[in-house]
Design a protein around this ligand. Sequence first.
Ligand code: ACO
Length: 493
Amino acid sequence: MIGIYIIGSKNKELNSKIFSQILEKYSNKKIGIFYPIINENEIKDTQALMQKFNIQQDLDQAYAFELTKAIEQFKNDEFIFFNTILDKYETLKNKYDIVFIISFNEFDILDTLDLNVNLAKNLNTPIAMITQNNILAKKYLDQVLKNKNYALIDENSTLNELDSLKAYDFLTPYRFKYELIKKNIKNKKTVVLPESDDQRILQACEILIKNDLANIILLGDEEQIKKNANFDVSKIQILNPKNSIFNEEFATMLYEARKAKGMSLEQAKELIKDRTYFGTLLVHSQKADAMVSGASTTTAETIRPALQIIKTKEGISSVSGIFFMGLKDEVLAFADCAVNPNPTPQELAQSAYVSALSAKAFGLDPKIAFLSYSSGDSGKGVSVDLVKEAVKIAKEQYPDLAIEGPIQFDAAYDLSTAKSKMPHSKIAGYANVFIFPDLNAANICYKAVQRTANALAIGPLLQGLKKPVNDLSRGCLVDDIVDTVILSAVQAQ
Ligand code: ACO
C-alpha cells in the first residue's frame, strides 16, 4: 500500500482535471481517498467523484474533519487535531492498494501549504504537488522535505512520476506520541501518581482516564481527593500511605531491603508513610507497573527511594535519564540529562547502552554519538580523554551498538559537516542518540534546545532501573504529566 499526498494548486479546474487523470491511471487498483479536512460544501462533489470512479469506501471514512470543526480543534488542542487525522488515516490505509490524500486550500488565516506539507510529513506520505511554478515549488519542497522524494505535476505531466514515489520516514513529535499511545491502548498499564494534592496531577489523571490510556493509582486521603477533583474518580484506585492495607507488608519489605544499610523496622514503618517511598514500594511489589512523581519534590527526593529499593537491572550499575526531544520532523534522544553529575567512562558507556535500548523501545533506530568539543583527534584535554575511554569501553562491552565518538554535535548531526570533519564515519551526520560528557552539558543543552528551538522535551525517563520510576519537573504542565505517564507505561511493557 502507498499513500500519496496530492497538494493542489490555486487553479481548482486544473486540480480536478489532473485528479481525474490520476484516478483514471490507477483505476485497475483498489483506490481509497482521504481528506484530512474537507470543506463542507465539497462533500457532494466528493460523493459524485467516488461514484464516478467506483471507489468503494464509506464517505465518513474519507475525511477526518469538516473545515469548521478542524479549525476549532486546531485552536483547542493541536495534538488532538493531528492525532485524529493520523488515527483516521492509519485505520483506513491498509484496506487499499493506494490512498490519495487530498490537500485542503482554506484554513482560517493560516498558510495551507505549510500545514498540508506538515500533515504529509506526519502521515509519511510522499507529496505530489500540482503546480504551475516548478522552480519555486522545487526550491520550497527541497528545503522542507530535506531532499526526500516528491513529484511536481502540471498539465503536461504523464503522471508516471507518481509510480516511483516512496513513503517518507519522518518521526514527527505527533507521530511519536501517536505510536506510544497505540502501544499503551493495546496493553494498558497501572501507574501510581503520589502527588494527589497537586491540581496538575488531577487534571492529567482526568485526561488519562477519559482517554483510557492507563489505570491510575492516586495516593492520599480519599475524601480530599474526591473534593479536589473536578471529575468522576470512581475508576481511580486511591490508597492512603498513612493507613493502607499494604502498610505492614511494605514496612517489612523496606526493612528487608535496607537493613544492611542500618535501617530498623521502626524506621521502615515510619518511612513507608512517605508517599514517594509508598509509591516506589507499590511498583517494587508489582501492585503498580510504574510511578510518576516529582511535581513538588526534587529529582533527588523522587528517585532516591527507587535507587535504594527497586535497584538496577542485571548488568547495569548506573541509572541515567534520557530526554526525547521532539523537533519539527524528527525525534532525538539526549542523555544523561538527569542523574549523574560527573559520570565515569564506565557510567557513560552504560548510559549509551541503556539509551540505545530506550531509543529502540520508543521507535528509533539508535545511532549513538559520544559528544565532546573534539571530533576524533581534533582537540585534546582531560574531558576528551574521558569520552575516548567511554567509547572504548562501550565498543568492547556492547559491540552491536552503532557508536561514534568523541564527536562534536555539528559533525554528529549535520551530514555536510560530517563529510568534512569525519568523512569515514558511518554514524557522523546520522546520529540520533546523543551522549553528553556530564550532567552540566546535558541538562543545559536539553533546556537550551527546548526553549530556543521550541522543541517538545519528553522526559526525563530514568533508564537502568528494574521497574519504571520517572521524575517530573516542578514546573511541569498537565501535558508533560500525561506524556510522562504514557512513556512510563510504555517502559513497563
Ligand atoms: N545509579 C544507580 N544507583 C545509584 C546512582 C545511580 N546513578 N546514584 C546513586 N545510586 C544509589 C547508591 O548506590 C545508593 O545505593 P545504596 O544506598 O543501596 O548503597 C543510593 O542510590 C543512594 O546513594 P547516594 O550516594 O546517597 O546518592 P544520593 O541519594 O545522595 O544521590 C542522586 C543520588 C539523587 C541521583 C544524585 O546523584 C543527584 O542528586 N543527582 C542529580 C539530580 C539532579 O539534580 N538532576 C538535575 C535536575 S533533573 C532535570 O532537570 C530534568
